[in-house]
Ligand binder design. Structure first.
Ligand SMILES: Cc1cc2nc3c(=O)[nH]c(=O)nc-3n(C[C@H](O)[C@H](O)[C@H](O)COP(=O)(O)OP(=O)(O)OC[C@H]3O[C@@H](n4cnc5c(N)ncnc54)[C@H](O)[C@@H]3O)c2cc1C
Length: 457
């Protein structure tokens, strides 16, 4: 039996890290004697309290088993069918809100969210992606890119108006940053907002690759957070292109607003086929004054802050995909025989399986360690959010590739899951920042620390 969301939600929010052994205070003090250090370090490492990095408290364990059960009974049976039909399972998505209360994992309970920590958000994304990464991608775009972003950057009136419908699943939302001509170079966006006579704003431009951009082939999703350049408003333009491109603002746009339309549903994607992706068009789209989120020209900070948590949960999706691929390999290699032996007795198969398990566990450990220390209330965690996404997404495609190899011809077919996982995993090397963008960001962030005594950590 599935447990309704609310009970677990409140307990997890309240206890948070209560069960994790605390670092002794003396470890934070300056240079205590060596014998005292030895004593406290021994006491810390021999603590009787069991501790799991991946599922650190009883509440996290309850959450993991609740989502795992939902995945087994509800998500897994539909994954292949919706992938083949290139359809998003909207009814199942709504149940994540109405039955499990998981559509706002890190949103305060006062606003109807679950009040969880980032570790819990990773658990949900990992578990959903074990079965259906495309379904999880749509969940991520709604819960993290729309709801979480609005919760952190919107005012009370905006949260009270939009969050109840979004958290129940009545409305589906997304976030519009990328454009046909601007992805990695996000500040090259051309969507513009100008003031409308009589109040409010007019938005013009196109957004590309928007997850949840449509519900069906020809129907828009319900509500979006849209980034637009506002340099021409209130004489803010300086004439300096580098400065003017930073004058970005964030707006809430509902599907009913005049001038807003669905350009096209993007079909025939390599993977993530059960997640809707769309091009959206804004032609003098009328946006009311009260839908400006945060300060005018102040959209850059929300954008960067949201990218950090997005990258962490995208990495969690990669970990879930890899767990499934390792699972598929270990089962298949034990059953399949060649030359009179199970194929797991061959050294080359052992290398695929063993390296995959080791790579998966290394990424999983880095992920949960980052999630544990992540402070979602502030920006500044870019180096690790980029680094975990860089390593985990590459790991997932490599592990899925090995899984296809281990399963041979069967691995190349839909019914055996791993080819779908490979196709879905590939997107994670592109969306939310390409591998190359992470290379650039990490190197820049490390470069900034040159001259100080220590590397990060
Ligand atoms: C299925 C799907 C869902 C998506 N969902 C969303 C969404 O919900 N919202 C949203 O806003 N966006 C979304 N995106 C867009 C995604 O974030 C972008 O595709 C991604 O940021 C890359 O941008 P691009 O496709 O324009 O590629 P480009 O930026 O044009 O990059 C092309 C290549 O050039 C490389 N490159 C670019 N600049 C540099 C550089 N300085 N140094 C080295 N190499 C460089 C890139 O790494 C890449 O390999 C989605 C994309 C897909 C495919």
């Amino acid at each position: 039996m599935l447990r309704p969301g609310c009970g677990i939600v409140h307990r997890l929010a309240m206890r948070s890290w209560a069960t994790a052994p605390a670092l002794p205070n003396s470890l934070h003090r300056a240079t205590p004697s060596l014998s005292k250090l030895t004593h406290t370090i021994r006491a810390f490492s021999s603590s009787d309290e069991p501790f799991s990095l991946f599922t650190p408290s009883e509440e996290h364990a309850n959450l993991r088993s609740m989502v795992r059960e939902f995945v087994k009974t509800e998500v897994e049976p539909q994954a292949l069918e919706y992938n083949r039909a290139e359809k998003f399972n909207y009814d199942l998505f709504k149940r994540l809100g109405s039955e499990l209360g998981l559509l706002g994992p890190m949103i305060d309970t006062d606003y109807g969210g679950a009040g969880f920590d980032p570790v819990a958000a990773c658990i949900i994304h990992e578990e959903l992606s074990y079965s259906d990464p495309a379904f999880c991608l749509s969940y991520l775009a709604h819960s993290m890119l729309f709801c979480h972003n609005l919760f952190h950057n919107g005012n009370d009136a905006q949260k009270n108006k939009f969050l109840p419908k979004a958290l129940s699943g009545e409305w589906i939302g997304g976030m519009c940053m990328s454009e046909p001509g601007a992805g990695t170079d996000v500040l090259g966006l051309r969507t513009k907002a100008v003031r409308k006579e009589g109040g409010g704003y007019l938005l013009s431009g196109q957004k590309m690759w928007i997850t949840n951009g449509c519900k069906t082939n020809d129907e828009l999703g319900d509500v979006y957070l849209v980034y637009a350049n506002t340099a021409t408003i209130d004489g803010a333009e300086t004439g300096n292109a580098a400065k003017d491109r930073q004058k970005v603002s964030l707006f809430l746009v509902e599907k009913s607003y005049p001038g807003f339309s669905l350009g096209q549903k993007i079909k025939d994607k390599c993977g993530m086929r059960a997640s809707n992706t769309a091009e959206l068009v804004f032609e003098n789209c009328e946006v009311p004054e009260e839908n400006l989120v945060g300060d005018l020209h102040g959209g850059l900070i929300p954008m960067m802050r949201n990218l950090e948590i997005e990258r962490i949960v995208l990495a969690a999706m990669s970990v879930g995909i890899a767990r499934r691929a390792v699972d598929a390999m270990r089962r298949y290699a034990a059953e399949r025989e060649a030359f009179g032996k199970p194929i797991h007795s061959f050294g080359q198969m052992q290398r695929h399986i063993a390296e995959s398990y080791a790579d998966y566990m290394a990424s999983r450990s880095y992920l949960y360690s980052i999630a544990r220390s992540c402070n979602v209330d502030q920006a500044g965690q870019r180096i690790d959010s980029d680094a975990i996404k860089l390593v985990a997404t590459k790991m997932a495609t490599t592990v899925c590739d090995r899984a296809i190899q281990v399963l041979g011809g069967y691995g190349y077919c839909g019914e055996y899951v791993v080819e779908r996982l490979w196709r879905d995993a590939k997107l994670l090397e592109i969306g939310g920042g390409t591998l190359e963008a992470h290379h650039k960001n990490i190197t820049n962030d490390l470069h900034r620390t040159v001259g100080s005594d220590d590397m990060p950590h």
